[in-house]
Design a protein around this ligand. Structure first.
Ligand code: ADP
Ligand code: MG
Length: 246
């Protein structure tokens, strides 16, 4: 589904990703762990097409297409979703309007009709209930006045409503208390399906107690330096990243 080959990325003239290769197949959940500043969020932003990240080498193929040639909105329409490490606040744009507009833009790109208001509210209500988010809150500006945990749950709400094919979740677990962590983990598990895939960027192993990954990778020095199964995350938890120090 996603095939990253020898990816090189510069930010502000500095090489951050330096020959990163990674392949994620349908139905798989890959966790990427690594020390602070390793380039995990850089990878997420490059996949989403954020400005300011210069690809200087390598390729990214998504569902057979050259992902890097697409505009950010085209990537979203192709089914790519990014849950931000630091969700942004958008004052003046209601959460519900934002979600409905995003969903309809994707339906349009797939040649589907717009969702009816009733059907949309039904879907949002079900997801919001499962995530413990208040519908009244969703009438407010996107993430405005939300606590850190509420912002992360709101990312999970977007995931549930938009139902993308490929979700990149950047530290969706950070800043969550144990109960909220479980709720968000359940949302990720509900999302898992044979025709979908997840790239789970996480600093800690604790999320992986709830969302069992098929693969675990260590990103250090701008590339994937080690790959294993869930046991690798446990080992990192006890050993740290010392052996990967540059
Ligand atoms: P991680 O998510 O693994 O902690 P990041 O991808 O956020 O790491 O950052 C990797 C490196 O790139 C860091 O040294 C960071 O300071 C640098 N970096 C990231 N974004 C920018 C930016 N917009 N401008 C300058 N440097 C950046
Ligand atoms: Mg990060």
């Amino acid at each position: 589904m996603l095939d990253i080959r020898d990816l090189r990325v510069e930010v502000g003239g500095r090489t951050i990703l330096d020959g990163l290769s990674l392949a994620v197949g349908a139905g798989e959940v890959h966790a990427i762990m690594g020390p602070n500043g390793a380039g995990k969020s850089t990878l997420a932003h490059v996949l989403a097409g954020r400005d300011g990240y210069e690809v200087t080498g390598g390729s990214v193929t998504f569902a057979g297409a050259d992902l890097l040639a697409l505009e950010p909105h085209e990537r979203a329409a192709a089914g790519l979703f990014l849950g931000f490490q630091y969700p942004v606040e958008i004052p003046g744009v209601s959460n519900l309007l934002f979600l409905r507009t995003a969903l309809n833009a994707q339906r349009k790109a797939r040649g589907e009709p717009e969702i009816s208001g009733a059907e949309f509210l039904k879907r949002v209500r079900a997801e919001a209930n499962a995530l413990g988010l208040d519908m009244e809150m969703l009438k407010r500006g996107v993430n405005v006045g939300f606590s850190g945990g509420e912002k992360k749950r709101n990312e999970a709400l977007q995931l549930g409503v938009l139902q993308p094919r490929f979700a990149v979740l950047d530290e969706t677990d950070s800043g969550l208390d144990i109960d909220a962590l479980k709720v968000v983990a359940q949302a990720i598990n509900r999302f898992r399906a044979p025709d979908r895939a997840v790239l789970l960027i996480t600093h800690y192993q604790r999320l992986l107690d709830h969302v069992r990954p098929s693969h675990v990778h260590v990103l250090a020095g701008g590339r994937i330096v080690e790959t294993g199964g869930p046991e690798l995350a446990l080992r990192l938890e006890s050993e740290g990243y010392e052996r990967h120090a540059a």
